[in-house]
Design a protein around this ligand. Structure first.
Ligand code: FMN
Length: 173
């Protein structure tokens, strides 16, 4: 039975809430990947969106975390302009995941099309990882024609519904 490490980036807390719930349920270790660029406020969001569109990299911390003791990884990220966030794409591009099972976990305003998910899976595969799952949780929903942010509690509940599949994919049960 392999150990699990959760690596995540979160700007506004949704992905963090889901990943912390996963950590508790899986008794996993968890590591936040921080983007050293300030992405807060309207200007920060705007730069994040433009940078993401153009596929830029950023400076992250930690850059090359020690993942040697882990057979299973969960990589958590918000979706930005249809892609994994800049910090997580940088993290995947600058590390290797050979011999590891990887689950991609994202929070997003709208479910992604399969072709976008496949691009993200391929990033991990190119870095040597075996992708054994891809899970998305909605951070926003439409109620009576209005777009409403979902609560962290709802995000956590949706995340927990994946638990049996995640445990199976990691052969934890
Ligand atoms: C710069 C930026 C770009 C985004 N682009 C998308 C997008 O293309 N599609 C989508 O469904 N949500 C998009 N979102 C919404 C986030 O994916 C969603 O709010 C997510 O839950 C945020 O996670 P976090 O709280 O962990 O940062 C975007 C958010 C930001 C800040």
């Amino acid at each position: 039975m392999g150990k699990t490490l959760i690596l995540y980036y979160s700007l506004t807390g949704n992905t963090r809430a889901g990943c912390e719930a996963l950590q508790q349920e899986l008794s996993a270790d968890i590591l936040e990947i921080r983007d050293l660029k300030n992405r807060t406020g309207g200007w920060g969001f705007f730069r994040a969106a433009i940078g993401s569109l153009f596929g830029v990299h950023t400076k992250i911390e930690p850059k090359n975390p020690d993942m040697s003791g882990y057979a299973n990884l969960i990589i958590g990220s918000p979706i930005w302009t249809g892609k994994l966030s800049i910090a997580i794409r940088t993290f995947i591009d600058e590390n290797r995941f050979d011999g590891k099972k990887v689950i991609i976990y994202t929070t997003t305003n709208a479910y992604e099309k399969e072709k976008y998910k496949e691009k993200s899976r391929n990033l991990v595969r190119e870095a040597g990882g075996e992708v054994v799952g891809y899970y998305q949780v909605l951070a926003r929903e439409e109620i009576d024609g209005e777009k409403v942010e979902r609560s962290k509690q709802q995000i956590v509940e949706d995340t927990m519904s994946f638990m049996p599949e995640i445990k199976k994919a990691f052969a934890l049960q």
